[in-house]
Design a protein around this ligand. Structure first.
Ligand code: NAP
Length: 289
């Protein structure tokens, strides 16, 4: 299948590489152009703008950081939407909020195009191994058209419901994820204050039922103080912010979400934003003060 792929960061670069290895023809765009080089060496066509991608493809996947980035790439001066042939399909894998997603789906429809929200669960390693979980909002027929691609990039596809529902599931997932990470960091803080070693705490807590399974993947980062990004902390903060906006829109109070969001804001203020989300623990380390 010929696929336009826009956004070759931590996740997008690996997802696109898997599509390429499975034999799909790629037209790629990334704002920082060098990030496309490896895919281009392997046969992908490099586009100079998002608009150029749309001139070559009827199917575009975006994997971008924030709603603003998505809007700019889709509808900005060089945006791809205006150049797509009619009845093309835009698959947005970026983590964005449900109301924004619904707005994108409506705008696409007004322009005679189709849209799927397709955010993913899983980080750098699952992206590399083709083991992501796709959370889909949109029409079943559109999903069917691209299921083959999701099967290459992921191990499971959940059709949650109509437009916005994939983004909604992703929002509640990441709200739990960021809070579990912060809660674990606080547990380590209290446990070490009580004289238990970090190693013993990790071994005991991560083997027990109270810890979220993904925390096992963060153990080495914490013990070795190695915080290279798999899921950048700044995107966890972004997701907490988007969950907060969503809670406001839904008239729902989420007090612990708000407190956790500010913890991530503090970590960003300290310069940990581009590190892995596990770097939230750095807030609690005495040598960091
Ligand atoms: P990343 O490595 O920071 O990549 C972000 C991408 O967005 C890059 O291609 C970046 O281009 C592009 N971008 C940002 N602002 C832009 C703009 N104004 N115009 C054009 N391009 C722009 O992030 P990531 O980890 O791959 O995450 C991508 C999305 O997936 C985010 O929504 C994130 O929340 C979500 N997600 C991440 C993970 C994870 O574990 N990493 C897991 C699930 C979902 P440049 O290269 O030029 O900066």
């Amino acid at each position: 299948m010929k696929v336009g792929f826009i956004g070759l960061g931590i996740m997008g670069s690996r997802m696109a590489a898997n599509l390429q290895q499975a034999g799909h023809e790629l037209v790629v765009y990334n704002r920082t152009q060098q990030k496309a080089d490896k895919l281009v060496e392997q046969g992908a066509t490099k586009a100079g703008t998002p608009e150029e991608v749309a001139k070559a493809c009827r199917l575009v996947i975006t994997m971008l950081s924030t709603p603003d980035a998505v809007e700019e790439v889709a509808f900005g001066n060089d945006g791809f939407m205006k150049a797509l042939p009619g009845n093309s399909l835009w698959v947005n894998c970026s983590t964005v909020n449900p109301s924004f997603t619904i707005k994108m789906a409506h705008q696409a429809k007004k322009m005679g195009q189709r849209y799927l929200d397709a955010p993913v669960s899983g980080s750098l390693v699952p992206a590399e191994k083709g083991e992501l979980i796709f959370l889909i909002g949109g029409d079943a027929a559109d999903l069917e058209q691209v299921q083959e691609l999701f099967n290459v990039m992921g191990k499971e596809t959940v059709h949650v419901g109509a437009h916005g529902q994939g983004a909604s599931m992703k929002m509640v997932n990441n709200m739990m994820l960021a809070q579990a990470m912060a809660s674990f960091a606080e547990a380590l803080k209290l446990g070490t204050a009580l004289g238990i070693s970090e190693e013993k705490l990790c071994e005991t807590l991560l083997g027990g039922p109270a810890a979220a399974p993904f925390l096992n993947l963060k153990k080495d980062k914490i013990l070795k103080r190695e915080f290279s990004p798999q899921f950048p902390l700044e995107w966890a903060h972004k997701d907490l912010h988007l969950a907060s906006v969503t809670a406001y829109e839904q008239n729902v109070a989420l007090p612990s979400l708000q407190a956790t969001k500010e913890l991530y804001a503090q970590a960003k203020e300290k310069g940990f934003g581009e590190e892995d989300l596990a770097a939230i623990y750095r807030l609690f380390l005495s040598e960091e003060k």
